[in-house]
Design a protein around this ligand. Structure first.
Ligand code: ZN
Length: 174
């Protein structure tokens, strides 16, 4: 496994639509392993392939707490087949928009179909944090970021802060 660099806004890659995976082969498995390692190191609870510069519909998620046994989920070519009408809001962040958080309202539960690590077709019903996380990651596959769900004012403010933060980081790199 090897850790990959996580792209951050305003990288144009993050706005591209990822392509479906044809077969879950060795290369895709290696990608999933690398993504998992990258996500654990960040640390984060979800990562889409586009965030490491690969435009494929691949997601890894792990909601286990630090002191718990790891429970990684590998999701390839996800399709949302059901979304609840009732919404729930969580304070979301994103590894591609470092240190910025905002409340986002999304359907509180959803059902998806996908291919697992072995390329087997599966369905999963998700609620609460997992449902939010899945929807956040599927958004990534379509070039959508959580800030797109906010008002323009809030979105611009976050982008401005991220830009400023980047400059400050650059300043100490000599
Ligand atoms: Zn994200």
């Amino acid at each position: 496994m090897s850790k990959k660099k996580i792209l951050t806004v305003p990288d144009v890659m993050l706005r591209k639509v990822s392509a479906p995976v044809i077969t879950v082969d060795k290369e895709i498995k290696k990608l999933m392993d690398d993504m998992l390692e990258t996500m654990y190191a960040a640390p984060g609870i979800g990562l889409a392939a586009v965030q490491v510069g690969i435009l494929k519909r691949v997601i890894v998620i792990d909601l286990s707490k630090e002191d718990e046994k790891k429970t990684p989920l590998f999701i390839v070519n996800p399709e949302i087949i059901f979304k609840s009408n009732d919404l729930v809001s969580y304070e979301e962040g994103c590894l591609s928009i470092p240190n910025q958080f905002a409340e986002v309202k999304r359907p509180s539960s959803c059902k998806i179909s996908f291919l697992d690590y072995n390329g087997k077709k599966k369905e999963m019903h998700a609620e609460g944090l997992l449902a939010t996380c899945i929807q956040h990651e599927i958004d990534h596959l379509n070039g959508i970021l959580f800030i797109d769900h906010l008002s323009k004012l809030k979105k611009d403010l976050i982008l401005k802060k991220t830009k400023k933060q980047k400059k400050e980081i650059d300043r100490v790199v000599v």
